[in-house]
Design a protein around this ligand. Sequence first.
Ligand SMILES: Cc1cc2nc3c(=O)[nH]c(=O)nc-3n(C[C@H](O)[C@H](O)[C@H](O)COP(=O)(O)OP(=O)(O)OC[C@H]3O[C@@H](n4cnc5c(N)ncnc54)[C@H](O)[C@@H]3O)c2cc1C
Length: 509
Amino acid sequence: MLTLQQRPIRSASLDSRPGAIVIGSGFGGLAAGVRLGARGYRVTIFEKLDAPGGRAAVHRQDGFTFDAGPTIVTAPFLFEELWTLCGRRMKDDVDLRAIDPFYQIRFGNGDVFTMSGDEVAMRAEVARFDLRDVSGFERFMRRSEAIYRIGFEELGDAPFSSFAAMARIAGHLVRLEGHRSVYGLVSKYFRDERLRTVFSFHPLLIGGNPFRASAIYCLIPFLEKRWGVHFAMGGTGKLVAGLAGLIASQGGEIRCGEEVRSILVEDGAARGVALASGETVPASVVVSNADSAWTYRHLVPTASRTRWTDRKIDRARYSMGLFVWYFGIDRRYGDVAHHTILLGPRYRQLLRDIFDRKRLAPDFSLYLHRPTATDLSLAPEGCDAFYVLSPVPNLEGGQDWRIEAERYRKAIEQSLEATVMPDLSRHIVTSRIATPLDFQDQLNAYRGAGFGLEPTLTQSAWFRPHNASEDVRNLFLVGAGTHPGAGLPGVLSSARVLDKVAPHASVFV
Ligand SMILES: Cc1cc2nc3c(=O)[nH]c(=O)nc-3n(C[C@H](O)[C@H](O)[C@H](O)COP(=O)(O)OP(=O)(O)OC[C@H]3O[C@@H](n4cnc5c(N)ncnc54)[C@H](O)[C@@H]3O)c2cc1C
C-alpha cells in the first residue's frame, strides 16, 4: 500500500478540503464517508482488511460468490439517500429486488410459517396456525407500526448526546412498553407458542435476546412490511461496491490493508490517526466505524477516557457470537426458499445457553441463505450457493473454536440433511467457515461478538457509546456498537446522526 506521500496523483496537498478520517469500511463507515464527503471533507477511509465491506465482505471461491454477512436489505431508502447526496440514482448502480414472501420459518416438527408483506396472506397464515390469534395479529401489527413511528422515524437518527434527550423519550418508552421484552409484548397478542416465536425472534437479527431486548424492537415486523425485504442482484457486495464508487466520485479514497493502531488525541480533541505501518495521518475529524468497545479499549488512549473506561467496557454485555458456514453444492435444492429460518426444539432455553450460560448447545436454530433462489449468477450452472448461520456464545464462553469448528459444522450439515437438504453431504464442492474467533481476529470485534454491544434497554440510546464521543472532541462513532445499533438500517442511521453532531467542513477552513 502506498503512503500518502508516495501517491502520484491528486496528492492531499493539492486538495485543500479539511480532512476527515474514517476507521473501517463497514456499511456505517462507507455511509459516513459519503455523508462527510457531501459536507465538504476530503475523506480517507482506512480499512484493516484487503477489501471494503467489513461484515458485508464478499468471498469468491471455486466459482461461487458468498456474501459474508447481511443479505436481508430493509429500508432501502437509507441507501438511496446516499446516492441522492452525490446527485446520482442508486438504481443505475445496484439492482435491488423485492423478495416476497420474505422468508419461511420452519419448526422442528415440519410446520412452516411463511412471512410476507401481504396482509391477506399473513392473516390466512396466522389463522392456519391458530384462528383465535388473527385479531391479536392485527392489533400487534398496529402496535408494531406505532413503535416504528417513534422508535425508527423519530429516534433512529436522533443524537442522544445528553441525558436530557433520554429523559425526553422516557414517556414514549413507558407508553410503548419499552420496559417489556420483545417476547413479553408479543405474548400479549398471541396465544399460540409458535406464533409467539414467529413474531418475537427478530432481535436475533441484530444481536439481541428476544427475552430481554426492549419491546421497542417490535418495530421490525412493521419495518419489513412498510419497506419490504430486498436483495441486491449480484449480492450485497454490489451495495458495498456502489458506495465505494460514490466515495471515489467525491474525491475520497479507501485505503485497504491499513490498520489504524491509535487515534491521536491532543488537548482533548482527535487530531488524526497512527497506522500500524508507522505512518501518522492528520485530520480535522475522526470517525470510528470499528467496533465501539474496540475503539475505546484499543484505539483511544486510556488517559483520554473518563466515561468509556476499561472497566466499563469489560462489564458491558456483548451480543452473541455467530458461526457461519458458507458452502457451494453441485446440485440445486429448488424447494429451499431464499431465506429460511430453521427452528430447533428449544427457544427460551437455547437462548439462555447462548446468551447467559455461554454454553455451546447440541441443538441449534439456523438461518439458511440460498441467494441462488433469486440470482443464478452467484454459482456455476446447475449449482447452489448457501450460507447457514447459527447463533453461538461469544468468546466469553471460552470455546476453543480451532477444535470445535469442524465438529459443529458437521452437526449442522447433518441437521440440514435430515430436514431440508437430503443427501447434502454428497454434493458439497466448496466450503469455508467463520467463528467468533474470526470476528475477533479479522474484524476487531470485541469478545468476538457478532453485533457489538447487546441491544438491551440499559445499553441503548444515551446508554450506548454516543455518536459524538463523550470522551474526545471531534471523534465520532458509527456502526453497530453505537446508536441506534446493528443491522443495515441501524448502521446507516448511525451515519445519518453524523449530519447532526459533526461540524460542517467549512468550520475548519
Ligand atoms: C453473518 C451476518 C449476517 C447478517 N445479516 C444481516 C441481514 O441480513 N440484514 C441486516 O440488516 N443486517 C445483518 N447483519 C448485521 C449487519 O451486517 C451489521 O450490523 C453491519 O453490517 C455492521 O456494519 P458496521 O458499520 O458496524 O461495520 P462492520 O461491518 O463491523 O465493519 C467494521 C470495519 O472496521 C474495520 N476495522 C476494525 N478495526 C479497524 C482498525 N483498527 N483499522 C482499520 N479498520 C478497522 C473492520 O475490518 C471492518 O471492516 C448480519 C451480520 C452478520 C455478521
